[in-house]
Design a protein. Sequence first.
Length: 357
Amino acid sequence: MKAVVLVGGEGTRLRPLTLSTPKQMLPIVDLPMIVRVINHLATYGIEEIILSLGYRPEAFVSLLPEGRHGSFTIKHAVETEPLGTAGAIRFAADKGGIDTTFVAVNGDVLSDLDISKLIEFHIAHKAQATLSLTPVDDPSAYGVVVTDSNSQVLSFIEKPSRETASSNWINAGTYVLEPEVLERIQPGRAVSIEREIFPAVVNEGGLYAFPSDAYWLDTGTPSCLLRANMDLIDGTRGGPPHPNAREHSPGIWLHGSSIIKGELIPPCFVGDGAVVEKGAILERSVVGRGVHVQQNVKASNCVLLEKSSIGEGTSIRDSIIGERAFLGAGSVISGLSVVGCDAILEPGTHLQSGRVP
Ligand code: GDD
Ligand code: MG
């Protein structure tokens, strides 16, 4: 079966990280998110993946060029302007020559959903379109779905206000679609599958929903991106946090060779070539490849992306530091702050819930 993977959005809620790196190219425990999403699809026998690209396509093209990759083939569909979630699916489906049942996914979702079961469910219900559902505490940031006892969707409302959301089950962003759905999508303009196409299919009784309580997370905000990393190192998501990581001691995961003179309090991951100097104390954190953590740094609940450098005596809590960013000595960073790739912070910088630049 073929799958369209939507990775063309601008990732505005994750700026400044996404100013230079598209959202799905950001690493989750040192492995680009897109690789995790594609590996999950490949597990369920998806043979061809059409990457639906728009914003900053170059990064995807160089990591995953068109052609054969192990058990699957990659194709690219690059939009010249954003076509919206449905327009992008149609454009990619045309590019991939899709003319039978296919899968489409939001490429910023990490999940352990059983896609084979979703496909079986879709066929058994003779649906035009089937979407996966997951329960969340606050549905207002998602597509809210109400079904009847036969799993037929009665209403699909994208991002309702908190008061009007009538269910905690939301669109989890993995779909099985019949090609006839593509014919509903007007070519050449931006069309949203959530706001235009699904409500229309609901009216015809053709939309079904498959509830699942498998692991699920949309990575679209700094707190969710942080959580995606933590869920892997603290075992919430099961399996090693990185395919090649080894558990050096309980909850301490290392990949490749690193130099660790400081202290690691589990759970932690340290990537290849990273250095953690004497007196540094890292707790519940992810240290990307080639990161340099200088003496007496204190970090907790942090993600330090590839090749960032954390100056002596700096303290970081609950924050994300971008690739190659340089934090001057004695800085204090907290409260879900996000420091962009290549940013340089003067010594002694204080950031509380800040974003740089
Ligand atoms: N190619 C392309 N073109 N991709 C796009 C475009 C576009 O114009 N717009 C968005 N995307 C991609 C994004 O990169 C992302 O991978 C996916 O489509 C979904 O877009 P988001 O911007 O992340 O949407 P959301 O998280 O607010 O809401 C969506 O996902 C929720 C679940 O994660 C909706 O589908 C909700 O209904 C759903 O609950
Ligand atoms: Mg999203």
